[in-house]
Each structure stands twice: as C-alpha cells, then as structure tokens.
Design a protein around this ligand. Sequence first.
Ligand SMILES: Nc1nc2c(c(=O)[nH]1)N[C@H]1C(S)=C(S)[C@@H](COP(=O)(O)OP(=O)(O)OC[C@H]3O[C@@H](n4cnc5c(=O)[nH]c(N)nc54)[C@H](O)[C@@H]3O)O[C@H]1N2
Ligand SMILES: Nc1nc2c(c(=O)[nH]1)N[C@H]1C(S)=C(S)[C@@H](COP(=O)(O)OP(=O)(O)OC[C@H]3O[C@@H](n4cnc5c(=O)[nH]c(N)nc54)[C@H](O)[C@@H]3O)O[C@H]1N2
Ligand code: SF4
Ligand SMILES: [Mo]
Length: 701
Amino acid sequence: MSIKTTSTVCPFCGTGCGIGLRTENGQLLGVEPIRNHPVSKGRLCSKGWNSAYGVERQNRITTPLIKENGAFRPASWEEAIELIHEQFSYHLEEHGPTSVGAISCARATNEDNYAIQKFTRVVLQTNNIDHCARICHSPSVAGLARTVGEGAMTNSIGDVSKADVVVVFGCDPTESHCIIGSEIIQAKERGALLIVVDPRKTRLAKMADVHLQLKVGSNIALVNGLLNIIFANGWENKAFLEEHCLYLDQLKASVEEYTLEEVSKRTGVPADQLIQAARIYSHARAAFLAYGMGVTQFVSGTNNVIAISNLVLSCGQIGRPGTGINPLRGQNNVQGACDMGALPGNYPGYQFTNDPVAQEKFSKAWGYQVPTHPGMTSLGMNEATLQGQFHAMMIFGEDPVVTDPDQNQVAKVLKKLDFLVVVEMSMTDTASFADVILPAASFAEKHGTFTNCERRVQRVRKAIEPLGECMADWQMIGHLARRFGYTGFDWETSEEVFNELAALMPIYSGMSYPRIEQHGGLQWPCNAHAPDGTPILHRKGFPNGKARLIPLHHLPPAETPDADFPYYLTTIRLHFHYGCGSMTRKSPILERETPSGLLFMNEQDARNQGLFNNAPVGVRSRRGYLETRVVFSEQMPPGLVSMPYHFDDIPSNQLTNDAQDPVTRMPELKACAIRIEPLAPTARPRSIKELREQGECDAHL
Ligand SMILES: Nc1nc2c(c(=O)[nH]1)N[C@H]1C(S)=C(S)[C@@H](COP(=O)(O)OP(=O)(O)OC[C@H]3O[C@@H](n4cnc5c(=O)[nH]c(N)nc54)[C@H](O)[C@@H]3O)O[C@H]1N2
Ligand SMILES: Nc1nc2c(c(=O)[nH]1)N[C@H]1C(S)=C(S)[C@@H](COP(=O)(O)OP(=O)(O)OC[C@H]3O[C@@H](n4cnc5c(=O)[nH]c(N)nc54)[C@H](O)[C@@H]3O)O[C@H]1N2
Ligand code: SF4
Ligand SMILES: [Mo]
C-alpha cells in the first residue's frame, strides 16, 4: 500500500493554487499544498485544504436520474440520453433553435466548456450559450474590450510584489482570493502603499494607507473626481497618453463637473482623502490595481469598468511589471469558460459570432454551418421562458436558484420550462427542478485544464476514477452529439479536445499538454509571437493600435432606499464558503466556522431598531422575504447592511434585484433596498423552506 499524490489545481477560486490530491488504493485521502507552485508557492486557504470533502461519495449523484411523478429514479445513460434527444429534437422542430439553449460551467475544465459550446452551436444550432461570467465579470469582458482591447487581468499575481502602490477597488481578496490577499498584505509589510475603495471596512481597508469608504454605487463619481484632481494638477502621464491613448480632450472635458465638493458630496469621501489617493496613485512608480464585484455588479457595471480603465490609462499604470488593470476573475475556470466561447457573442478565443469571417472559420472547422442569429444571455433566456418563447435548457454545474438575483423569479422560470437537464455533482436547489439529472465527474476524477485569473492555463489531473457512472462533461457531450447523429465529437481523451481548441484559438495556439506541464502553466496569449506565454499584456501597446478613453457619467443604482425600504443591502462572500455552498458546505470544518447566513449591520443602526447582537430578524425587499440573525459589524457604515449569498437555507437572492446593465445584462447584485423587521427576541429564524411551507414566501419553489 502506498500513498500517491496527484498534482492538480484547486477547484474553487480564480487564484488557481496548486493542490496535491493524496490517494491510497483509489480512495481520496486528503489534500496537500504544492511547494514549488508558481502562484501559491506551498500555500492554500482553508477552502483549498478542504476541497476533498466537496467530492466525497456520500454527497454525490452517481447515476443519471429521471423525474417521474415528481420524484427522481435512477436511470441508465442510454435511457437518459434517449429522453434528452427526444425532447430537444421535439422543441427544435416545433419552436426552432432560438427556443433552446445551454448554461455552461465555470467550475468545469476548458475541455468541458469547449465541448458544451460546440454542442450548443453545432447540434442545438443556437448561440444561446452563457454561464456565470454574465453575473460576474461580463462588464470586464465588455468594458476592457472597448478600452484596452482584452477583458482579462493585464498583469500577473506575482506583480503585486513588484508594486509600490496597490489599489484594491471593490473587491475583498482576503476573503475571496485569499492567496492574492496574503500577497497584498506582504507587499504592504514590505512598504508598498495600500489604497482600498470599498463602502465596507474590510480587513485590507483597516490596514490601508487610504480607505476611500464611498457610498454604495458611487464608483464613477469617485473615479471622475480622482481624474479631475489629476488633470487639474497636471499629474497625468502625458507621454503615455500622447503615445497610446485616444480621446483625452473629451475625457478631460467630461470630468470637469466632478469638482471636489460635488464628488465628496456624492461619494461621502472627504476631499483630503480624494486628493491623497489621486496623488499616491498618479505618482506611483508601479501601481497594481485589482478590482472585483464592487465594480461590476451594478446597472452601471460596464461603465464602472471603463471609468477605472480611464484612470489607469491616464496615469500610464499599465504595460509594465507591478502595474495594470486587474479584474480578479472569480471562479477557478471562469477565465477559461470565457476563453472557450461559452458566451452568446463569442466563439472560442473571443472571435465574434456576428463576424462573417469567424462564422466561416468555425463552420469549416466543425463541419457544420454555425448559427447566425444572436444568442441570448442567461437572464435573457429566463425572460424568453416567461414570455413563452424558450422551452428547453441544459444547465451544466450552476445553481441559479441560489446564485441568480431574485430567487422567486428564477424558480418561476425553471418551473415554466418544458424540459430541463441539469448536469451536477450533487443535489442542488436547481437540480431539484430538472427532468433529467446527469452525474458529473468532479475535478478530482478527470484530466483537463483550468485557466486562472492571470490567464495561466494549468493542468488538472485525475487522481481517482469517476464515482459510479459519473462522466466528465466533455465525455457526456460526445455521447449526446453522437445520438443526435453528429460527427466531430469523438474525442477519446481530454488532450484531443485541447488540441482541437488550441488550433482554433490564436491566444492558445502555442499550447499543448506537454508544453503546459514543462512550463508549470502558460499564460495567454501563447503562440508563435509569444511561445512561452505572456505574463504582462500591452507591453508594446494595444491590440487596436491605441487604447480608448471613454467619457462617462455617474448613474445611481436602480433601487435606492426610501421610507418603506430604508437600508441598502449589498451581498458579499465569506472566506469559509464558496458559491452556492454545494461543495464547501460538505466540509464539517468549514461548516463549523460559518454554519449559516447572517445579516451584518452597523451597531448604531441595529440599536436604533432595538436589536441586540444575534437578534432574530425578518428581512424584506420588494421581491422576497427571509429570516436570519443580525451580527453587529464594525465593517458596516450606517445605512448599509450585508449578507453572504452562499446559503440555500437563508438565500440572500430572495431579496436581490435583477435590474440589469444595458450593455451586458449584468444584474445589480451589489445594491438593493430592504427593510428589517425585528422578530420576537426569543424567536428562531425560520429557513426559507419553513417559510415556504408556512406560506410566508413565494410558493414557486
Ligand atoms: N470564499 C470565497 N471566495 C470566492 C468566492 C466565494 O464564493 N467564496 N467566489 C469567487 C467568485 S465567483 C468571485 S466573482 C470572486 C469575487 O470576489 P470579490 O470581488 O472580492 O467579491 P465580493 O465579496 O462579492 O465583493 C467585493 C466587494 O465589493 C464591495 N462593494 C459593494 N458595493 C461597492 C461599491 O459601490 N463600490 C466599491 N468600490 N465596492 C463596493 C463590497 O463591500 C465587497 O467588499 O470571489 C471568488 N472567490
Ligand atoms: N447575491 C449575490 N449573488 C451572486 C453573487 C454575489 O456577489 N451576490 N455572485 C455571482 C457570481 S460572481 C457568480 S460567479 C455566481 C456563481 O454561481 P454558480 O455558478 O451557480 O455557483 P457555484 O457554487 O460555483 O455552482 C457551481 C455548481 O457547479 C458544480 N460543479 C463543480 N464542478 C463541476 C464540473 O466539473 N462539472 C459540472 N457539471 N458541475 C460542476 C458544483 O457542484 C456547483 O453546484 O454567483 C453569483 N451570485
Ligand atoms: S485562494 Fe482560491 S485557489 Fe487558492 S486555495 Fe483558496 S480557494 Fe483555492
Ligand atoms: Mo464570480
């Protein structure tokens, strides 16, 4: 008997830490860090250490399941595939290809995502393919494409240590990207200056040299204010602007009205702090700016990203080590899922679905004419369902009932679908709505690649055999496509899938499994011009010749507090749990740390409502109601409360608003109006299931 360690990648966040899966006799024993890993260097956060719990047999779905008379029964693969073929064929024939679609999985491998989007385009004949990037960094993909040309982190995680200024803008890396968070703390300890832009006093905000504690939803006003100060003092990088940027005059004119007084009033940030931050950022030798959901998850998400890009470009803090505009991509493989074209408007490698040249390229490569009608986004498919125009859907590894805004609305959609297939590892709220569930192999049971937030494509390696009848998503796609009578899906290994996708994507064309292994991961673009990959983008300029500065104006959140709903609710992440909690909540260690959803609130606000610490409360928005406990938090400013979104029993998405960014249809997950209804001091908060059973909540679920 011997213990073996398989080197692979953490299945949670986009940092992409290296983990060793320890096995004995084909059984998973646990996890160890990889000492010489280029990103994590022997470190892991508590989720990485606990990743083996998330894939344990007792929690898994291990055979296909078919719903009959409201209950699931085990089925064979043949039977499940037959039913899917029959139903999708029917809807394709009856209502056409715009009436069906798929949601791909940012937790699955590149090979899985490539196969899923190819299946959707070739077999289902539609561009109705999307995934959770929609409600995550789609504004980064859209915004940065318009300004600098690429929607990804421009620099590498290691660049944090080369910066003399670090800006943490609307993200909370010590909770959400913990190893990046620890790099920032180390940089600060070595003398780098830290600026945090966040309405909450996060752990990093407490350590910061400047904490711009702005009002929720005032990012553009704040950035335009900083630009006004920078231009008024001549602190911009004139040489860089001259050589690399278009439309400076328009930008300058647009920020004129953002005077110190006006911006201070709009954002709530004192004028001296605005001046201090503008001076530090513009004078930095190398300023590393990281941003996250506090920027993107607004109706102004794309404009927020563009505003930050204007700031970065105006100070020339890009294209050099230690600088850059760095969206911290969230899911382990959300960068990859976007790269693979699991998006309605993009083929693999960000080639546009409305470009005739790209259409021809992919039609030829895949051997079938690709669809030309525009695809719908995930929330677009939901709306079309309610309007009776969308009928059948496949969801690969997402739990929108818990993670999409306005849970009651999502449930209504899933109920209305004529046919729903969910591909999952374990039973989720969303899977319970399915007509067919297919059992997905976990990251530990398959080979493939993940692309982390710094564009590093890394090898995922199989440590154990797939449990029961589980299969990698790309393998299921192969079986499905063959049943539909299509060729071109006959891959035998994940490596064959990778070779096919790399050949079609100029940004991956220099990659192969052996080369990825040799280099410890390769950062795209990796091709003939950059055979060893590209740790820093835009060293020599911008893909479209020059970068664009784009004037913009402040837009408040769609819903603002009023007499009926007097607080802003913002939703956040907690260190110990991940996404819908379907993996982290299986770990007794993580569950012990944070077992339940909570409402974080400023102590004074709570006392004004007669609430004590831990008091039970009802929380109501215009869309839903839940019950939880209040926790006094010095992180929260007056008027703002926060809740994590990881808990299916206390789901903050009961309350959130699906008002959307017009460019990307990103919903406004970071700001909605709520009221707090104190419960009897001895009452126990009821779970959402109890509330539903007692008729105090929308009954769709
Ligand atoms: N532990 C854990 N880690 C995760 C995840 C997880 O579920 N759990 N999920 C992963 C995923 S998918 C993602 S996308 C990333 C996200 O990682 P982050 O971007 O760090 O995520 P959040 O905690 O949602 O939001 C970030 C911050 O935005 C702030 N904020 C709210 N409103 C505003 C505003 O108007 N302006 C500014 N400037 N800030 C504002 C909030 O106070 C919060 O601190 O995390 C990844 N990592
Ligand atoms: N209120 C609020 N809501 C939010 C957010 C917020 O900040 N506030 N953040 C949003 C963001 S940024 C994101 S990214 C989304 C995330 O939302 P989701 O993508 O729905 O969340 P996850 O928990 O990552 O769910 C992924 C599912 O994939 C399954 N899975 C894992 N690996 C595989 C695989 O290899 N194959 C298959 N088929 N399945 C697999 C897991 O079992 C899990 O149930 O949540 C969004 N929702
Ligand atoms: S920081 Fe992210 S990738 Fe690293 S161990 Fe934690 S969850 Fe995994
Ligand atoms: Mo995300």
